[in-house]
Structures are given as structure tokens and as C-alpha cells.
Design a protein around this ligand. Structure first.
Ligand SMILES: Cc1cc2nc3c(=O)[nH]c(=O)nc-3n(C[C@H](O)[C@H](O)[C@H](O)COP(=O)(O)OP(=O)(O)OC[C@H]3O[C@@H](n4cnc5c(N)ncnc54)[C@H](O)[C@@H]3O)c2cc1C
Length: 210
């Protein structure tokens, strides 16, 4: 066995200990995650993992640091710019599809706290019951995730009136490249917290944090 495949085997074993049946290495599944909706041709990832909480996201980032593999976070891979397509060998796809809950809706302060994998239309269906909406409406909203839309700085037809994603994010919890969890922004529209770091993450295409 080459040193390279030995190391890949070690990585897969470590990931399996954390993700169990939410780790995928079968070739037909890896093929599904080797491209997004663009025509960009990617490479087959080493593995796909589906975290269910922030702690698991931290674990995979820390393993990436220890073992030197790459990470590509994905929502629904509907991106048309090839940024949800793995381009390098030794990449692990971190799919947010199981982190798809609405944590809280405040109809007093008009915000929702959600996990990144919830689909835009699912969020809006829930918000409708409160007389609210998240007015960021890419034409892919039935499939696209809130995390993917924020990371792509997406927008749709309603953007002409309401603006794109950058106008509709108050705060973020982000796992950065060191494995640290940071919180930026506030739950209120009036927010004085120094640098406006929220906007740095919007449109950053998974390069700064998950
Ligand atoms: C039919 C169709 C119509 C579309 N119409 C529009 C449109 O009207 N407007 C528009 O703006 N776009 C449109 N798009 C493009 C695409 O749907 C959007 O950019 C959407 O926001 C991507 O969401 P996603 O969940 O599929 O993200 P993905 O494609 O999975 O990921 C997009 C980027 O975000 C990163 N990412 C995903 N989740 C996270 C996360 N939790 N943390 C960190 N990084 C993350 C990925 O690494 C990648 O760089 C369309 C696409 C299709 C196929």
C-alpha cells in the first residue's frame, strides 16, 4: 500500500469514528458530489460527510488540519459557478443537508435562526405562518439552501425591491479554518459590534468558514 493510500485510509477511519453511517465512500455516491450544477468538471472527493451539529463540523475541520486534507462545504450543489465542485485530490465534502432545522422564529424581532442546510422555500413556508418572509429568492429556491445562498451572496427577482442575501443576514455562527467557532452580528437590526464581519462571510463561497 502506498503512503498516500495508507494516509487516506487513516482519514476515512477517523471520519468513520465521528460520522458512522453519515460517512460515504462508495464510488457512485462520491460521483454525485463531484460536481455542482455548472459545467465545471471536478475530481472525485475522498469522502462525503453529513454533520448534524456544529460540534461535528468542528471535528471535521480539526481532522483536516491534522491530516492535511481539503474541505468543500456544500448545501444542495445548485451553484452555477463551479465553487461547490471539488477541484483537488484529497477533498472531503461536508454536506450540510442534515443540518436543516429552524431553531427559532421571533415574530417580535422579526428574525429566524436556522441551520445552514434548510432549503429557502422550506424556510419561507414556515415564515408564512408568522406573516414573515426571507425575501432572497434565487430561481433555485426550492432546492438551494440558506447556507449556500448566503455563501454565494445569492439573490433573485425580489432583489430589485429587497436586495440580495447580503441585506438579509443579521448574524452568523461560523466554524473557521482553525476549528474555532465564532459568532458575528446580532439578532437585532440595530447592531454595533465593531467591524462588520457578517458581510465578509457573505459571498465568500466556503473559503472562510462553514
Ligand atoms: C435552475 C437554477 C436557477 C438558479 N437561479 C439563481 C438565481 O436566480 N439567483 C442566484 O443567485 N443563483 C441562482 N442559481 C445558483 C444557485 O442555486 C445559488 O447560488 C444558490 O444560492 C446555491 O445554493 P446551494 O445550497 O445549492 O449551494 P451550493 O451550490 O451547495 O454551494 C454554493 C457555494 O457555497 C458554499 N457553501 C454551501 N453551503 C455552505 C455552508 N454552510 N458554509 C460555507 N459555505 C457553504 C459552497 O462551498 C459553494 O462555494 C440557480 C441555479 C440553478 C440550478
Amino acid at each position: 500500500m502506498s503512503a498516500m493510500s495508507q494516509r487516506q485510509g487513516d482519514v476515512v477511519r477517523e471520519l468513520e469514528a465521528v460520522f458512522k453511517d453519515r460517512l460515504f465512500t462508495e464510488p457512485h455516491i462520491l460521483a454525485l458530489y463531484s460536481h455542482d450544477a455548472s459545467s465545471e468538471v471536478g475530481v472525485r472527493p475522498m469522502a462525503v460527510v453529513q454533520p448534524v451539529n456544529v460540534d461535528e463540523v468542528v471535528r471535521v475541520v480539526k481532522l483536516a488540519i491534522d491530516y492535511g486534507f481539503k474541505i468543500v462545504p456544500v448545501g444542495s450543489s445548485t451553484s452555477l459557478s463551479g465553487n461547490a465542485t471539488p477541484k483537488l485530490e484529497n477533498t472531503v465534502i461536508v454536506s450540510m443537508e442534515r443540518m436543516n432545522s429552524i431553531i427559532e422564529v421571533s415574530d417580535i424581532d422579526w428574525y429566524a435562526r436556522v441551520q445552514p442546510g434548510i432549503k429557502v422555500d422550506e424556510l419561507n413556508l414556515e415564515l408564512m405562518g408568522y406573516g414573515l418572509q426571507w425575501p432572497v429568492d434565487p430561481a433555485s429556491s426550492r432546492t438551494a439552501t440558506v447556507g449556500g445562498v448566503i455563501s454565494n451572496g445569492g439573490g433573485g427577482m425580489r432583489g430589485a425591491k429587497y436586495g440580495p442575501a447580503s441585506h438579509w443576514v443579521l448574524g452568523l455562527e461560523a466554524v473557521i479554518g482553525t476549528g474555532d467557532v465564532i459568532r458575528v452580528g446580532c439578532r437585532t437590526v440595530k447592531c454595533r459590534e465593531g467591524y462588520n464581519l457578517v458581510q465578509v462571510f457573505i459571498g465568500s463561497e466556503g473559503t472562510l468558514a462553514l
